[in-house]
Design a protein around this ligand. Structure first.
Ligand SMILES: Cc1cc2nc3c(=O)[nH]c(=O)nc-3n(C[C@H](O)[C@H](O)[C@H](O)COP(=O)(O)OP(=O)(O)OC[C@H]3O[C@@H](n4cnc5c(N)ncnc54)[C@H](O)[C@@H]3O)c2cc1C
Length: 509
């Protein structure tokens, strides 16, 4: 019996498998298809996802292959209305989004898993689930026969038509959209900069252009002319909605698709969980879906690992409490934007354009939009198990990935990389906080301080000497940071040690 059986080897299931394996959990992953399908789907990897991929050991590989995009522009009536500048993201190593085809992301995840000795079991479709006291029994169809797989927990990462969700009888809220969409990859003579992603709309429909790696290579999503079969000619005609004079030279994988805004009402039943598109789906506006799925995986993985290693099973309840509201807000944002961009009647379009002009005039609003789209501001404030507040940071927030110069190693470093990624870390900012401190064995301790004299004498605690005071906003407090780089608590080191013990079910001392 494995600890966790993952149904579905899309980006969510693969990221979850990798993370669980790295956290010491026995994992098995199955997929109904013989191989990665290579469908034209997601292109955009946002800053928060790049941070997750760095923790999974994959950021450099995707950076090598991907196309950096620094601007996202919304155009209506043939004019730029809002320009989001991702370079304003100041507390991440990735102040951009990376266009990287989804099938390549999946292949890299599969290779990384294979390096750790975990293979995706293919042509294996989950068709039944039975739960009992200690685990889950899944019926899996393989080559015309069925077999039974046992696991302590099962996670349905099986996409928008999730069998696991159906077998659990979990309802979804939301609705399909009436508009048809078409997606394709193409060589295009496109005069806008290669580091810019654009969504354009006029009264007829929408035309979105994602730059892909490769000269003149783009991924395009558009709403086709009603009653007209998707074709290169119709795509070229639809480009006129952007007001940009480009020429489509060659098209691959042109395929129609429909969209919906839907969310599972619950993400868990007993020992079975839902993650990724199985739990939520929305429009591809600003490329959020795959990113959201990987965020689910990173949240669920450390919880399952902690409980598998003996922590209180109630830790698993907070998965839904934390991830459901995050997806609900992404669905609401992408829904509002899609509706606004697809307005057909003139008075409301004029009003929309006026609102966009006001937003564009506000640097603060544009910065906030960049943070929102990058998913760096997804937080879990108010969820069970997170607490404390100091210096503008609260329990549940993502720890800012500040860059600092470490005077001890004499190298530039990043805060996230200073903390281990496979356990909770007590992050201290004053050497005095280390005196008499006892933490559970499974919790790491790190100190960051600008005080060189005391940094050199801090005993038994890995220390960074923050000579440029880059982390000054954190000083004066102690933080308990989870493996997913979210702050579990801010408070006194002894209280945080007690909280760390709860998350690991270990005694302090
Ligand atoms: C046209 C389009 C454009 C998009 N653009 C973007 C974008 O730019 N950025 C972005 O972030 N997102 C984008 N998305 C969304 C993104 O593609 C999805 O959010 C992402 O694929 C979700 O990953 P997943 O692993 O949850 O599900 P999926 O990728 O759907 O993977 C599910 C896996 O489960 C397997 N499976 C299904 N049923 C079973 C079963 N019963 N047993 C075993 N295996 C099973 C399937 O074979 C599949 O491999 C786009 C989506 C579409 C359709």
């Amino acid at each position: 019996m494995s600890d966790v059986l993952i149904v579905g080897a899309g980006p969510t299931g693969l990221a979850l498998a990798l993370r669980l394996h790295d956290l010491g959990v026995g994992v098995r992953i199955i997929d109904k298809h013989e191989s990665v399908l290579g469908l034209t789907k997601s292109a955009a990897l946002h800053a928060r996802t790049m941070e997750h991929l760095r923790d999974l050991g994959l950021a450099d590989a995707v950076l090598d292959e991907g196309q950096r995009v620094e601007h996202l522009t919304l155009r209506t009536g043939h004019r730029d209305r809002i320009s989001v500048d991702f370079r304003t993201l100041h507390d991440t190593a990735y102040p951009f989004l990376l266009d990287h085809p989804q099938d390549r992301t999946e292949h890299l995840l599969i290779e990384e898993l294979a390096r750790r000795g975990v293979a995706v079991e293919r042509a294996a479709a989950c068709v039944g689930i039975e739960q009992h006291g200690d685990g889950v029994r899944a019926t899996v169809a393989v080559g015309g026969r069925t077999r039974t797989l046992e696991a302590r927990w099962l996670v349905g990462c099986d996409g928008v038509r999730s069998t696991v969700r159906r077998l659990l009888g979990i309802e979804r809220t939301g609705a399909p959209y009436p508009d048809d969409w078409v997606l394709f990859d193409a060589d295009i003579d496109w005069p806008l900069p290669r580091n810019e992603l654009t969504f354009s709309a006029d009264g007829e429909g929408l035309f979105g252009v994602f730059p892909l790696p490769g000269e003149r290579r783009y991924r395009v999503a558009y709403t086709p002319t009603p009653g007209v079969e998707p074709s290169m000619e119709d795509a070229q005609r639809s480009m006129a909605r952007s007001g940009v004079e480009g020429t489509i030279l060659a098209v691959d994988n042109l395929r129609p698709f429909t969209l919906a805004h839907m969310q599972a009402v619950r993400y868990r039943r007993g020992r079975v969980f839902l993650a990724g598109d199985a739990a939520h789906v929305h429009t591809p506006f600003a490329g959020q879906g795959l990113n959201l799925g990987i965020g689910d995986a990173m949240n669920l993985a450390w919880r399952l690992a902690a409980v598998a290693h003996g922590a209180d099973a109630r830790l698993l309840d907070a998965y839904q409490a934390e991830r459901h509201p995050v997806a609900a807000s992404v669905i609401a944002m992408t829904h509002r934007t899609a509706q606004a961009m697809l307005l057909r009647d003139d008075p409301r379009r004029h009003l929309r354009d006026a609102v966009m002009t006001v937003l564009q005039a506000s640097e603060r609003a544009r910065r906030a939009l960049a943070r929102r789209l990058s998913q760096l501001d997804h937080h879990y404030r108010g969820a069970p198990g997170v607490a404390g507040r100091a210096h503008g940071l609260a329990g549940g927030d993502r720890l800012p990935d500040l860059e600092f110069f470490d005077g001890l190693s004499q190298r530039a470093g990043r805060l996230h990389e200073f903390l281990p990624y496979d356990r909770h870390t007590m992050l201290l900012t004053d050497p005095a906080q280390t005196v008499g401190l006892t933490v559970p064995d499974s919790c790491a301790v790190r100190l960051i301080t600008p005080d060189w004299a005391r940094a050199r004498t801090a005993q038994n605690v890995p220390t960074a000497l923050d000579r440029g005071r880059s982390a000054a906003r954190l000083y004066g407090s102690a933080y308990l940071v989870r493996p997913d780089r979210h702050v579990a608590g801010i408070g006194s080191p002894s209280d945080l040690a007690a909280a760390a013990a709860l998350d690991s079910h270990e005694e302090v001392g």
